[in-house]
Design a protein around this ligand. Sequence first.
Ligand SMILES: Nc1nc2c(ncn2[C@@H]2O[C@H](COP(=O)(O)OP(=O)(O)OP(=O)(O)O)[C@@H](O)[C@H]2O)c(=O)[nH]1
Ligand SMILES: [Mg+2]
Ligand SMILES: [Zn+2]
Length: 307
Amino acid sequence: MTRPGTVELESLRLASYINAVPCYICQHPNKHTDEFCSQCQAPLALAHQAANQKNPPRLVAAIGAAGVGKTVYLGTLMDMLSRQEERLQVLVRGAFSVNLQQSTIAALQQGRFPEKTPSEPDRWNWVHCQIRCRRRSKPLELIMPDLAGEALLEEVEHPHTYQIIGEFLRRCAAALVFIDAADLFGGSAQQDHFTMKLLSYLVEVDRDLRRGWPARPVAIVLSKADQCDWAFENPTQFAQQHASGLVRLCRQWFRKHHFFAASVVGACVVGRNAYAEEVAVPLRVEPRGLVDPFLWLLRQLYGRKLG
Ligand SMILES: Nc1nc2c(ncn2[C@@H]2O[C@H](COP(=O)(O)OP(=O)(O)OP(=O)(O)O)[C@@H](O)[C@H]2O)c(=O)[nH]1
Ligand SMILES: [Mg+2]
Ligand SMILES: [Zn+2]
């Protein structure tokens, strides 16, 4: 018996690609009306915004284990930079790019940390920002998504689970790699191991010595440094002492890398949420060292032109 069904005519399928929008991350052609790429789930708003640009936006990765502080760092950094009037002016492009700073700042103002980033790619916040500096007439454009640490771990352990992560990291121009300084200080080797796996994954994605990751700038950010103040005094020495494997790997593979220490809050206490679970409660928002890694990356990417 033949079952009734609907078969899309080949001519109709081809017609739908005449106005196709190539995804900005994986280049897959999508329907103009789609919100997310059907292949990798990146928002098509990125492709629409980039379409009218002479200089296509460059991709910057912010990566690290789950709970390392990526969301808090990115949201606060974007909020600080978009208010700054001197040196460098940052303008966040498109309403969907504002979500990250809005939700982070709202949470911190209410005396809590923002929610964990969901693993589903269509729920990630993608920041597309325009950077104006004195010495350049043309603005620079960057795209930085706030990826979920759990999705990163899954992709690193089982490559191709999250196609979007592989495609994105292959095309990135630079990376901010986060490692939890408080955990390292507490003697945990987990952070060191995961970050080493993550950096090895980057090299696997593109190991070309001239254009691949060995030549791209990598800023390693020791996050939550408020918990171990001396990380601020000498971040490289701190890393050597508490994450020696990572330091060795960086020296071996990444020609342009630098260690930084950063923290968003001045201090935290342990409180309880509505389900009586223990959670960290930020006492004061007191950002330290947030802008330096970002500025360093920009200088590596744009050199003297940055001003
Ligand atoms: N002491 C201190 N704790 C921080 C800081 N930033 C983040 N935290 C703590 O780290 C937790 C996780 O921060 P997030 O920014 O959500 O971490 P994430 O890397 O985005 O995690 P995923 O979304 O799971 O990938 C927060 O809930 C806080 O408890 C900081 O600057 N200092
Ligand atoms: Mg997050
Ligand atoms: Zn895609």
